[in-house]
Design a protein around this ligand. Structure first.
Ligand SMILES: NC(=O)C1=CN([C@@H]2O[C@H](COP(=O)(O)OP(=O)(O)OC[C@H]3O[C@@H](n4cnc5c(N)ncnc54)[C@H](OP(=O)(O)O)[C@@H]3O)[C@@H](O)[C@H]2O)C=CC1
Ligand SMILES: O=C1O[C@H](COP(=O)(O)O)[C@@H](O)[C@H](O)[C@H]1O
Length: 495
């Protein structure tokens, strides 16, 4: 819970000259100040190897705010809190100088030794930095020390376990904040509220009334300049292991007894433990992979994945995944959860569709058509809101029922005040609230689930490319649902 007002802290960003810091972290810190979530008693220390001065660093931070926040103001005061400290993080000797700078900033801003160490760097550095911070005494202050870790948290279960052991040698679990930025999105956080603050949904939220749940996260962008990273990842590890399985856990968990991070985590973990693990020889029955070839998006021709920079021209990396998940517990046995995510699809859209079971018999005429099923659609992005699909009488037409929609648009009301995911997560960490971060047990269970799929796929070359850029993935993805008598509900206007 965010109880502490305006926490005083030094935020140390490792990777301060990088893309993530520039695009997400600096604008988020700026918004936190504008929204009074932090006071004037804070400092940001940027670490990178580039030999920048404070002035150069501040100029770069300024540009990043200009690009992200059109109506920025009071920039000089804001930028005066930013300090740059260049060093190679693999060199233990450099940490003493950093320590001296942090102590100086504590004094300047009257900060009681509170430190947020944000790892916005490649994962291979996380363990080294954590150990050096501890060994050089940067974590033993009067205040709190928290470590924020970016994804990917490992590339499979053994590597995640190794990484976890390294950081746990320096930080306890309650000091570690593993980022999954989907957990910072307004409508992902709303899943719990929609379910547990509405008497009408919870009684129906089970296999007796829900036929299936569909989660789609489509992107129109390709891999852009991230080919090197993406080649070793693919959509399964990039999106399913983390964001998608977190959403599954929130949709399927039991009501927690309290809204604390421990109670919510414990319910999410039970779902992940109940996910039926696949055997390698079953993977092709439950999961489909795809890779985009050249195509066209919004009338613009785009290259195929294998033509992207830093991508192997014969790459076997999947840019699309669709899957059927089965949760073996009393609430969900028999109700499949279908997931799909991919790059170079027609539009950017993340949606959850909950399809309720059909009514027992149809009393209405409907031109011989069957009744449209009730759907609850949770729109995560770009529109934020919920849509409930019902059937209602068609005016003046005796016994004809037609589908109607009840719409709630979250960002139409909250407008530009809906905080960006990173802003929310940095705020939570500053306030010591770990609810919307992933804990080790969740990470281990999700890796364990996807590792079998990755292993099955790595042993057989796929027939790629198998979908054209600008389409909703390969035909096999539709067949996955058709086998069960379902189809994907459209999530974009063009689908
Ligand atoms: N960019 C994004 O949108 C997203 C990124 N992430 C994750 O965030 C992390 C950072 O990504 P991103 O910002 O894109 O990466 P970049 O490659 O853009 O930045 C890497 C940063 O690390 C610094 N660095 C590299 N080696 C050293 C070293 N030995 N000592 C000190 N600093 C060093 C670089 O500084 P310099 O060059 O000055 O040495 C630079 O600031 C990764 O884990 C990535 O997976 C997660 C989600 C989205
Ligand atoms: O973590 C990642 O997420 C983005 C998608 O995030 P969104 O907030 O834009 O939906 C994805 O593009 C990227 O490949 C992945 O690393």
């Amino acid at each position: 819970m965010n109880t502490e007002q305006n926490p005083k802290a030094v935020i140390v960003i490792f990777g301060a000259t990088g893309d993530l810091a520039k695009r997400k972290l600096y604008p988020s810190i700026y918004q936190l100040l504008q929204n009074n979530r932090i006071g004037k008693d804070f400092a940001v220390v940027g670490v990178g190897r580039r030999p920048w001065t404070n002035e150069e660093f501040r100029k770069n931070v300024n540009t990043s705010i200009e690009n992200a926040v059109p109506d920025h103001k009071e920039m000089d005061e804001f930028l005066s809190h930013f300090h740059y400290h260049p060093f190679d993080v693999t060199n233990p000797e450099s940490y003493q100088e950093l320590k001296g700078l942090l102590e100086e900033l504590d004094h300047t801003y009257d900060i009681p030794g509170n430190r947020m160490f944000y790892m916005a760097m490649a994962p291979e550095f996380f363990g080294t930095i954590a150990i050096n911070l501890k060994n050089e005494g940067l974590t033993s202050t009067q205040g709190w020390s928290r470590l924020v870790i970016e994804k990917p948290f490992g590339t499979d279960l053994p590597s995640a376990q190794k990484l976890n052991d390294e950081i746990r040698a320096a930080f306890s679990e309650d000091q570690i904040y593993r980022i999954d930025h989907y957990l910072g999105k307004a409508m992902v956080q709303n899943i719990e509220v929609i379910r547990f603050a509405n008497a009408i949904f919870e009684p129906l939220w089970n296999n007796r009334y829900i036929a299936n749940i569909q989660i789609t996260s489509s992107e129109s962008l390709g891999v852009e300049d991230r080919g090197r990273y993406y080649e070793s990842s693919g959509a399964l590890k990039d999106m399913v292991q983390n964001h998608i399985l977190q959403v599954v856990a929130l949709l399927a968990m039991e009501p927690p007894i309290k809204l604390t991070d421990e109670e919510i985590r414990s319910e999410k973990v039970k779902v992940l433990r109940a996910l039926r693990p696949l055997k390698e020889n079953e993977v092709s029955d439950y999961f489909v992979r795809g890779q985009y070839g050249k195509g066209s998006i919004r009338n613009e021709d785009v290259p195929g994945y294998r033509e992207e920079s830093n991508v192997d021209p014969n790459s076997n990396t999947e840019t699309f995944v669709a899957g059927k998940l089965t949760i073996d517990n009393f609430r969900w046995a028999g109700t499949p959860i279908y997931i799909r995510t991919g790059k170079r699809m027609p539009a950017k859209s993340t949606k959850i569709v909950v399809q309720f079971k059909d009514i027992p018999m149809n009393l209405y005429y409907n031109n011989g058509d069957s009744m449209h099923p009730n759907l609850l659609v949770i729109n995560i992005q770009p529109d934020e809101g919920i849509t409930l699909h019902l059937n209602a009488k068609k005016t003046g037409d005796g016994s004809y029922a037609r589908p109607i929609k009840l719409d709630y648009c979250n960002n139409c009301i909250d407008g530009i005040n809906t905080p960006e995911a990173y802003e929310k997560l940095i705020d939570d960490c500053l306030h010591g609230d770990a609810t919307n971060f992933t804990h080790w047990d969740e990470v281990a269970l999700t890796w364990s689930y996807v590792d079998t799929i990755a292993k099955a796929w790595s042993s057989v070359a796929a027939e790629f490319p198998n979908y054209a850029a600008g389409t909703m993935g390969p035909a096999d993805s539709d067949d996955l649902l058709a086998k069960d008598g379902y189809h994907w509900w459209p999530v974009t206007d063009t689908e």
